[in-house]
Design a protein around this ligand. Sequence first.
Ligand code: ISE
Length: 342
Amino acid sequence: TELRIAVLGVGMMGADHVRRITGAIAGARVAVINDYDSSKAEALAATIPGCRVVGDPIDAIADPDVDAVLLATPGPTHEKQLLACIEHGKPVMCEKPLTTDVETSLAVVKAEAELGKKLIQVGFMRRFDTEYEQLKALIVAGELGRPLVVHCAHRNPAVPPHFDSAMIVKDSLVHEVDVTRFLLDEEITSVQIIKPSANPAAPQGLADPQIALFSTESGKHVDAEVFVTTGVAYEVRTEVVGELGSAMIGLDVGLVRKTAPGTWGGQITPSFVERFGQAYDSEIQRWVDAVVAGAETGNYIDGPGAWDGYAAAAVCAAGVKSLESGERVAVDMVQRSSIAGA
Ligand code: ISE
């Protein structure tokens, strides 16, 4: 029997996941679609055999024909929808952010911990990208010695018109936050955001690019350039420098072609959909497998969970404060050990 998934929100990411679950993922199908734009939901559902539209997101979660939920709705709706998943015992893959502020993220962590089951996975897809997996494996095997410094670059060709300076922190930099926590396996304790002179091509008032500096519990340094209006392509690069050497991923070295008159080069992915296509595929396949296995283990996730979503929210909140003050801001978060089961 196939896992019956409800996909809530069929914008860019949700629609991409519907296509993925329908065409590339084994053991699962999209049984229910929900979107605030019901005609969009109807149009997509009509292309999938056995799929129907449920107009209310909470009804979609509670539906008896739904085994698991994929949340790709706007961030401000996540808290209520995640709490409904917990209430109905439905495993959920939640696109980032977990919720849009620190308090509600912590409330979700606590509600899940009280239930005593790992139901919530957060869509930090980079952890499933082959290159990030290789980098992590090098570190874990001790091949780089102790990691000392991490350098990140995160460039988008463009962002939607409503994107503001704080969204560069909460929507874009948040991935470097998760990558840092994933690679170094420790919490980030402070953030500083530096605003160099803005790209003249960026919309008026958008602080782009931004340079973020993180310190971690053991005093490691991470810097990240986030530049979302390059007009070029989608580029994500991470370099880890350790005691015994360094390693870098995201060099975009696919096919290198040489042509007259003496030029060489290749191609760069236009957006995260292509750059992280493999990561999304393996993220969702492993999640489906974990949900199926969860009935026996009580653990319905295989990847970052609610705690990781909360930690990211706490670091980004400090980042948004630093964006305003220019100062280094300490990250305010509770001890993980203070929440049994988190
Ligand atoms: C978007 O929401 C993402 O998650 C992408 O990975 C990131 O590169 C982009 O900047 C965000 O807007």
